[in-house]
Design a protein around this ligand. Structure first.
Ligand code: ADP
Ligand code: MG
Length: 301
């Protein structure tokens, strides 16, 4: 984060001002505002709790988290300099990579054998920094891949063909609803490869919602998206939270972070170095130092 991207303190609203127009948001967000902003602090109602989570690549420790809780029903931003371990953390939690050690609990249950499919069925989905839409499939087909329980793919389900048809129809209806919501309805039958970068980000987010998740993890959803589409993506994130979905997203733009986050977690060199309300965190000396690459006092080389 270059220094000129840090929003000025003068224009800083109180952290409480975000989303106060919604009674439900107030109920969800109020409890987190009472939490003391320090790394690893316990939250009132966490949906995700991590302990001793570690992942190294050769001699490099990419993720080394003592304890971190993600509060349910709010928008949490995960920020940190390039290479801080943000994507690796997403990969571990969502079963796309294996931790060397550590445990995490999702929705009150320990995750014992993490696999992306199993976790998606339990309500945890993620998107990727580089979008993963399948260019040779239509937009609708991409959406249907995000649907839960693809009975039709399983041989033993053949006798239940009518059931499978009903399910397919329900999935298609849900996909059409989401495509409408994400302004992609007109692209429904086009190949995903013909979408712009920004539209692909929208498609990825819409597809993630096919399984009605409880927790959505978005890896740089705004990166490479033109300003108009970025605005629409931001709106979708806010709406997700309004509908009760917990959102964790990775973002570099501090205006975005301070605009739509209820809570911010800062990673540097794999560790949580700060967390708290957006304005407090963004103006935290330790955080600014980490972004500007100044070595913190007491940090070994
Ligand atoms: N598969 C991998 N093999 C080797 N090193 C990796 C791998 N994935 C990530 N890293 C390294 O781990 C560190 C954290 O990477 P990453 O999680 O992608 O950071 P961020 O998303 O915060 O920019 C970086 O130094 C990166 O080079
Ligand atoms: Mg990354």
């Amino acid at each position: 984060m270059p220094a000129d991207r840090i929003p000025s303190k003068e224009s800083a609203p109180d952290d409480r001002s975000s989303f106060m127009d919604s009674a439900r948001r107030t109920t969800e967000v109020e409890p987190i505002l009472t939490v003391h902003p320090k790394p690893g602090v316990a939250k009132p109602n966490p949906i995700l709790t991590m302990d001793g989570l570690r992942r190294s690549f050769g001699g490099l420790t990419a993720v080394d988290i003592d304890h971190l809780e993600i509060e349910r029903g709010i928008v949490t931003a995960l920020i940190g300099p390039n290479g801080a371990g943000k994507t690796t953390l997403f990969n571990l939690i969502t079963g796309f990579d294996r931790a060397d050690r550590g445990r995490w609990e999702f929705n009150g249950q320990m995750v014992t054998s993490p696999s992306p499919d199993r976790l998606a069925r339990r309500g945890m989905v993620r998107t990727f920094q580089l979008t993963k839409s399948l260019a040779k499939l239509s937009v609708l087909q991409n959406m249907l891949l995000g649907a839960p329980h693809q009975i039709g793919e399983q041989l033993w389900a053949a006798p239940f063909r009518p059931l499978w048809r009903n399910q397919e129809q329900a999935n298609t209806e849900r996909a059409d609803e989401l495509l409408e919501q994400f302004n992609l309805a007109h692209m429904r039958d086009e190949l995903a490869g013909t979408l712009s970068g920004g539209q692909r980000k929208l498609l990825e987010m819409a597809r993630a919602l096919m399984s009605d998740p409880a927790l959505v993890m978005l890896d740089e959803p705004m990166a490479g998206v033109n300003p108009a589409l970025a605005q629409s993506l931001l709106g979708h994130i806010t709406e997700l939270a309004l509908s009760g979905v917990t959102v964790v997203y990775i973002e570099h733009d501090m205006d975005v972070v301070s605009g739509i986050s209820d809570w911010v977690v800062v990673l540097a060199q794999g560790q949580v170095i700060a967390e708290g309300g957006p304005w407090k965190v963004i103006h935290d000396e330790v955080v600014i130092d980490a972004y500007l690459g100044r070595r913190r006092a007491g940090t070994s080389s």
